[in-house]
Design a binder for this molecule. Structure first.
Ligand SMILES: Cc1ncc(COP(=O)(O)O)c(C=O)c1O
Length: 414
């Protein structure tokens, strides 16, 4: 259960690729080229084996048992919490709450932090490039409280400028909720500066880190935001588990948002007292094997070095941008100077869904659709895009396969 040593030496993508068993399979009799990691990344053998060992040897319910297995499961679950804390540099494990994922983390903040506080006239500030998970929970709480939603615009590159952000902040802004990295466009937002400005106005800041944590170092002490949300399945871990990190004083002041076992200290029919942080927000049996898998995923990322993963993916982004720009009729949507390794694009004369189907027949998995960011699609005047997204295991040869498959699509559509 101890952390892997930090990485040393050069980045060996072939070795990394071989850690992911699924990448060796074929689809439609073609080698799989997996370029859909922004939707959900694949898992390395190390994560699969850690979950397997937990299931085979250690499983029992956590926190309530004196027997050996329960103690072991509890130790592994709480070890995972400490791994998460260290990975994003949160101040304390009391600030690390396990949820089902980014979506649930944001809903928790909307319902437990925002709902009791917001009043008519208060403003929730979002940006134009948010995922639906960082729009809809705020619309729901706006409807419940009479608060209103304001949106900071972006430009045609997909950049949200600090000036526009500053102009949209008002004395009525209570909450700023913004992506750290856009899933649809790849834009990296200036979240440190956004947080500083928001705090100067007295607003609380939630950052949606779903697309940031797997791809770049994240230091919450430096970012200084109030809430930070992310999902394990985008960072080589299991589905069904994610994290909300919250500032302890704020979490202390918030009521639980779900009731049940584990989140209580005492219950009678007259009165219930709530458990301490972080358990107050973790009602019911948690996703124990998911937490074990998440800890193993963090060990895995650490063993490669998240800074090295970042450099590798930035190299792939540069190569892919250059090669895709030379494909006739291809338009890249999202050209911010500071981007993560996500490339949304359209190809003249071919609907993205048809394109996705042809690429799939060639073994190339890209995502097509609105990427849960319909306002982004509307802004760029497209119904959908195709999106290639890269991860620690992506290779330059994957880009060549994509370019070849795009040529095939152009042939088919003549
Ligand atoms: C930026 C962003 N936010 C939120 C989410 C929602 O994550 P989950 O479905 O894991 O809750 C995603 C998933 O695609 C995302 O990319």
């Amino acid at each position: 259960m101890s952390a892997n040593p930090k990485s040393v030496g050069a980045y060996d993508v072939e070795r990394v690729w071989h850690d992911f068993p699924i990448l060796a399979r074929e689809v439609h009799d073609k080698p799989l080229v997996f370029l859909d990691s922004a939707a959900s990344s694949q898992r390395p053998r190390q994560v699969i084996e850690a979950v397997d060992a937990y299931e085979k040897l250690h499983h029992a319910n956590v926190h309530r048992g004196v027997h050996q297995l329960s103690q072991e499961a509890t130790a592994m679950f709480e070890h995972a919490r400490e791994r998460v804390r260290g990975f994003v540099n949160a101040a304390s494990t009391r600030e690390v709450i396990f949820t089902r994922g980014t979506t649930e983390s944001i809903n928790l903040v909307a319902q437990s932090y925002a709902r009791p506080r917001l009043k008519p006239g208060d403003e929730i500030l979002l940006t134009a490039l948010e995922h639906h998970a960082n729009i809809v929970p705020w619309q729901m709480v706006a409807e419940q409280t009479g608060a209103s939603i304001k949106v900071v615009p972006m430009d045609r590159r997909g950049v949200v400028s600090i000036d526009d952000f500053a102009a949209a902040l008002t004395a009525r802004t209570r909450i700023v909720a913004c992506a750290h990295v856009s899933n649809a466009l790849g834009t990296v937002l200036p979240v440190r500066e956004i947080t500083r400005l928001a705090h100067a106005c007295g607003a609380v800041v939630l950052l949606d880190g779903a697309q940031a944590v797997p791809h770049q170092p994240v230091d919450l002490a430096k970012l200084d935001c109030d809430f930070y949300a992310f999902s394990a399945h985008k960072m080589y871990g299991p589905t069904g588990i994610g994290v909300l990190v919250g500032r302890e004083a704020l979490l202390e002041s918030m009521p639980p948002w779900q009731g049940g076992g584990d989140m209580i200290l005492t219950v009678s029919f007259e009165k219930t007292t709530y458990n301490e942080l972080p358990f107050k927000f973790e009602a019911g049996t948690p996703n124990i094997s998911g937490a074990v898998g998440l800890a193993a995923a963090i060990d895995y990322i650490d063993s490669l070095g998240v800074d090295k993963i970042h450099a590798h993916e930035q190299h792939l982004l540069a190569v892919a941008t250059e090669k895709l720009s030379r494909v006739p009729g291809l338009t890249i949507i999202g050209t911010a100077p500071d981007k993560a390794a996500v490339i949304s694009f359209t190809l003249d004369g071919i609907h993205p869904h048809d394109l996705g189907t042809i690429l799939d027949a060639e073994g190339v998995a890209v995502r097509t659709g609105h990427h849960c960011a319909m306002p982004v699609m509307e802004f760029f005047g497209v119904p959908a895009t195709a999106r290639a997204s890269f991860a620690c295991y992506s290779r330059e040869s994957d880009i060549d396969s994509l370019v070849r498959a795009l040529a095939r699509a152009r042939e088919v559509f003549g």
